[in-house]
Write a protein that binds this ligand. Structure first.
Ligand code: ADP
Ligand code: MG
Length: 252
């Protein structure tokens, strides 16, 4: 069985890329064939896994229909984890995609049978609900929403769920909201505790038990081109992402 996860939230800096990179690495470490697709022109997932943002080909060629995703996938330092890199040029896709035929299904088409070669595919989305994120949501089986436990966390979440419902109805009936992941949590602050409680009250069935703490090692790992589990396997961040990957796999 192959499952495709989109990691999406229109807010920037909430831990989408960090979650995509580290969950993908944990799942690969557990022995699953795993693919990560970087859909953000900022190329943060690409660089975080030690791959240059000047690597070619990229996901752009896949969206334009020249290549299937396996032709653009490159191996990473993690056994069993490949990445389809992004490029800063992908910013142009936001303009081009809507003008192409089948603009919303381009990623799904490029994934096609390729997804079957992987047990898990993770799609790291840009911080908007634009054409690239729509492509990810159309290609995905499940969407995961990282939520930073800060003031304004709830703001926009109901709207995001409405948009996900619209995509389910209009474009991808397979899409399931797989869950919300509380990220960058500083359990010492009253604010973070309040936000966690509020998000859990509002979305009792959606929020994962595992909470990702704010952790220096998580923040510095990308500068080494490594997931946190390789950068410092025993830090709180590595332990949390390993637990999250198990919880996600168990939820299916
Ligand atoms: P997004 O992809 O949603 O824009 P990122 O995953 O890039 O967000 O995270 C934003 C910034 O916060 C990055 O610099 C990242 O390294 C850092 N970061 C993410 N999660 C954590 C965490 N749990 N602890 C500390 N820093 C984090
Ligand atoms: Mg990102």
């Amino acid at each position: 069985m192959s499952t495709i996860y989109a990691i999406a939230n229109h807010k920037g800096g909430v831990g989408k890329t960090t979650t995509a990179v580290n969950m993908a690495a944990c799942v690969a470490d557990a022995g699953h064939r795993t693919l990560l697709v970087d859909l953000d022109p900022q190329c943060n997932a690409t660089v975080a896994l030690g791959v240059s943002k000047h690597t070619r080909p990229t996901v752009y060629s896949c969206l334009s229909g020249e290549l299937t995703l396996d032709a653009a996938a490159v191996p990473t330092a993690i056994d069993g984890l490949a990445i389809v890199p992004s490029t800063p040029d992908l910013a142009g896709a936001n303009v081009e995609l809507p003008r192409l035929p089948g603009s919303e299904t381009r990623l799904r088409d490029a994934l096609g049978a390729v997804a079957e070669q992987y047990d898990y595919t993770f799609l790291d989305c840009p911080p908007s609900l634009g054409p690239l994120t729509v492509n990810a949501l159309v290609a995905a089986d499940r969407v995961m929403v990282p939520v930073q436990t800060e003031y304004f966390a709830l703001e926009g979440l109901a709207g995001l769920l409405d948009t996900l419902g619209l995509i389910q109805r209009e474009l991808n009936p397979r899409l399931v909201v797989g869950g919300m992941i509380l990220t960058m949590h500083d359990g010492r602050t009253r604010l973070a505790q309040d936000v966690e409680r509020e998000v859990r009250e509002h979305f009792p069935d959606l929020v994962f038990d595992t909470v990702i703490p704010r952790n220096v090692r998580i923040g510095e790992a990308p500068s080494f081109g490594l997931p946190v589990t390789r950068h410092d396997p025993v830090c709180a961040g590595a332990i949390a992402y390993t637990a999250l990957a198990k919880e996600v796999a168990a939820r299916g």
